[in-house]
Design a protein around this ligand. Structure first.
Ligand code: DX5
Ligand code: ZN
Length: 221
């Protein structure tokens, strides 16, 4: 079977008991912790920063932490997240003045680097930086909030991104974020995704293990 990663978005977790929530979702079979950083500037919402990432590491979380930056500017927060224990750092190209520099900064900080594409953002800026990206993240909702519906046009874009990755011959993860649930995950995988962020679909259910195993059985079909 293909190597699929399930990355619960802690945006939909209970922040009053975040450490416990992360422990529970990892024990339920999640692979990666998806960490949404919003600045009330690039996106109209405000969430968590490096201190919370560090707190999860101090709490004993050893799983990869996938930091999704929805902030502008991008560069000055990168070293702070790397120091706080981030494993992957992704950012939106619109939010960086110098995309190549931001990618390089992430790699120089010892993390895996990725670009995030909003639903209406074309993929063409990948052309000259494919050698620097470890992850391509396609947004299947407009960023800023959990609990929105998957935008169906993203399936075609996933196929485009998968073709670019195959042409590059590089080992690049294709991550999808927004409106992913048990009912659409198989179709999303068939379009080429291999890393699945899911916030409300997991944290709004009482039994995380049941949802994650349903997702895995959909992926095995
Ligand atoms: C939205 C965030 C997502 C969000 C996904 O801007 O990037 O990670 O938490 O939430 P769901 O899975 O509920 O759409
Ligand atoms: Zn996200």
């Amino acid at each position: 079977m293909k190597d699929f990663l399930i990355a619960p978005s802690i945006l939909s977790a209970n922040f009053a008991k975040l450490g416990e929530e992360v422990d529970n979702v990892l024990a339920a079979g999640a692979d990666v912790v998806h960490f949404d950083v919003m600045d009330n500037h690039y996106v109209p919402n405000l969430t968590i920063g490096p201190m919370v990432c560090q707190a999860l590491r101090d709490h004993g979380v050893t799983a990869p932490i996938d930091v999704h930056l929805m902030v502008k500017p991008v560069d000055r927060i990168i070293p702070d997240f790397a120091k706080a224990g981030a494993s992957i750092i992704t950012f939106h190209p619109e939010a960086s003045e110098h995309i190549d520099r931001s990618l390089q900064l992430i790699k120089d900080s010892g993390c895996q680097a990725g670009l995030v594409f909003n639903p209406a953002t074309p993929l063409h800026c990948l052309e000259h930086v494919m050698d620097k990206v470890d992850v391509i993240l396609l947004m299947s909702v407009n960023p800023g909030f959990g609990g929105q519906s998957f935008i169906p046009g993203t399936l075609d874009k996933l196929r485009q991104a998968r073709a670019l990755i195959d042409q590059s011959g590089r080992d690049i993860r294709l991550e999808i974020d927004g409106g992913v649930n048990v009912n659409n995950i198989a179709e999303i995988a068939a379009a080429g995704a291999d890393m699945f962020v899911a916030g409300s679909a997991i944290f709004n259910q009482p039994d995380y293990q049941a949802v994650i195993s349903q997702m895995r059985s959909e992926l095995a079909k």
